[in-house]
Design a protein around this ligand. Structure first.
Ligand code: ATP
Length: 304
């Protein structure tokens, strides 16, 4: 895995630390659950997801006024489609996800879901419609059942088990002495990166949202378990509008559209085939990664 990622690293696709912004986003989810009124003024209408179309329209955005991050970014994810965002570290990929979740408001332009500006609907209803599978899964210091069930308020044990089965984590949970009541998190049972990701997957399956954000993992898993999880993520994404923050070009091949960001600007866009034809930045990244994967394969064969 390290070998695959090294050339990407060199290009700035740097591994994210555990303090991932989307993990913080998840913490915020918990906060919102306890105090939704903090973010939602009374009387905000709930988001009505009809088709599941997401549109970023002429987005300009800065965290700090003197440092613009996104410049006139526009793209649309058609209902059930998948758009992959590719770009170097700091190019603004995660920022787009945060704007869709409305953790920040755009400077100008708008983010819309089925024609509704995210600022014109309650944040609670918006976030209920979006499932997030983060790169690093944050587990609460609580039971496994709580950690999965938190995907959906009022979930029954049967629903939690069904989601765990779909995420292929049920057998492991069932083998633990306290099963679903096993404490996890910092003070509980230690789970591997892949197991934690499956908990996040079960959480998202249980939530059953019309919209999804995948912040793709760059590390932590071996290739075999990564491919297995990728398949399950693909199943989850079927017929759901999906925004992928892509770190592995091999998973963007089937995207409806790939958006290549460079320092907050869209520099290329199109399908995989079209971008390869263009022989630009995306094509160069692709070739580099292909080479890295080939050399990893060769190395494995030599070691076998
Ligand atoms: P990576 O692949 O490394 O995760 P990214 O493309 O997802 O990068 P973003 O997380 O969107 O990049 O960050 C874009 C820019 O915004 C970076 O320069 C980053 O330092 C800056 N930034 C991110 N979050 C904040 C924040 N809360 N306050 C100020 N600046 C921020």
């Amino acid at each position: 895995v390290i070998q695959i990622c090294l050339p990407l690293n060199a290009l700035g696709f740097v591994y994210r630390e555990a303090k991932d912004a989307l993990v913080n986003a998840e913490k915020l989810f918990q906060l919102l659950r306890e105090k939704p009124e903090i973010h939602d003024p009374p009387g905000m209408p709930a988001l009505q997801v009809t088709h599941g179309e997401v549109a970023f329209e002429n987005i300009n955005f800065a965290y700090e006024p003197e440092r613009p991050i996104l410049h006139n970014v526009s793209f649309r994810i058609p209902p059930g489609g998948r758009v992959a965002i590719v770009g170097g570290s700091g190019s603004g990929k995660s920022t787009l996800a945060r704007l869709l979740l409305r953790f920040y408001d755009v400077g100008s332009g708008s983010v819309k879901v089925d024609g509704q500006d995210v600022r014109a609907v309650s944040a609670k209803s918006l976030r209920e419609a979006i499932g997030v599978v983060p790169q690093e899964t944050l587990l609460f210091n609580d039971t496994i059942a709580y950690n999965i069930g938190y995907g959906r308020e009022g979930a029954t044990m049967e629903q939690i088990i069904a989601a765990s089965k779909a995420a292929h984590i049920h057998d492991l949970i069932d083998s633990l002495p306290q099963k679903y009541e096993t404490p996890v998190g910092e003070r509980g049972v230690k789970l591997s990166g892949g197991e934690k990701q499956r908990i996040a997957l079960a959480r998202a399956i249980l939530k059953n949202p019309p919209l999804l954000i995948f912040d793709e993992a760059t590390s932590a898993l071996d290739t075999a378990s990564e491919q297995a999880i990728q398949q399950e993520l693909d199943t989850l994404a079927e017929n759901r509008t999906t925004l992928v923050i892509a770190h592995r070009l091999s998973t963007v091949v089937d995207a409806t559209e790939i958006i290549v960001l460079d320092r907050g600007r869209v520099v290329e866009r199109g399908t995989h085939a079209r971008l390869l034809q263009q022989a630009g930045m995306y094509a160069r990244l692709w070739q580099l990664q292909q080479r890295a994967e080939d050399s990893e394969k060769m190395e494995k064969e030599m070691l076998a």
